[in-house]
Design a protein around this ligand. Sequence first.
Ligand SMILES: O=C(O)[C@H](O)[C@@H](O)[C@H](O)[C@H](O)COP(=O)(O)O
Length: 232
Amino acid sequence: MTAKMHEFADAAALAASLADEVAAQLETAIRDRGTASIAVSGGSTPKKFFEALATRDIDWGKVSVTLVDERFVPADSPRSNHLLVSTHLLKDKAAAAHFIPLYYEAPSIDEAAVIATEKTAGIGHPFDVAILGMGGDGHTASFFPHGNNLARALDLSRPRGVLTMQAEGAGEERLTFSFASLSDARFLALHIEGQGKKDVLEAAKAGSDETDMPIRAVLNRAASPLQIFWAP
Ligand SMILES: O=C(O)[C@H](O)[C@@H](O)[C@H](O)[C@H](O)COP(=O)(O)O
């Protein structure tokens, strides 16, 4: 599917524009189907976007928010994406949203992934909005280069759900929605910032090996058009 580039003068302008677009997408979903669902990524990039989206005056009580992926740490860990979203997004107007975490205390991460799949089964068929980030190694979600579960995670023939991932560049073990869960989001966006990430994107476009740069799966095989939001 094609990718459309949206470039902005700075991160603040990008955050405002992406927040407006996402709010409009969620409002349309609520109007058409009564509810809306959004999956957001963690990391450092989304903070300004989250802060802007939290102020948008939509019917947040009808919106389910979840994570594209999560480090296998409890919500009080500084590495937790749940903590990041609670701090920067689930406040102000968006405090009324229904958040579904991916991390659950369980005897193993595999059992936590089964719980996360069950807990999120009622949303995301497809997601109304999915916001992806990208690492400097070309990972997105927790689709890390040479990850132990990467082939399964990128296999669009597999069922929707949450998988585990271990990889050299990932730090903690990860929980991640599969590509099949994210690929057909009604609004599928990649939010990256800085010249370095733009260079990584160009390198990804110049090759085809998804094991080396998993973002290539999203660039080349996503079911929905990919909206790339970039600021210097
Ligand atoms: O849990 C995570 O870290 C994210 O979901 C991950 O996929 C993130 O989007 C990239 O690593 C980019 O992170 P930065 O925004 O910090 O560069």
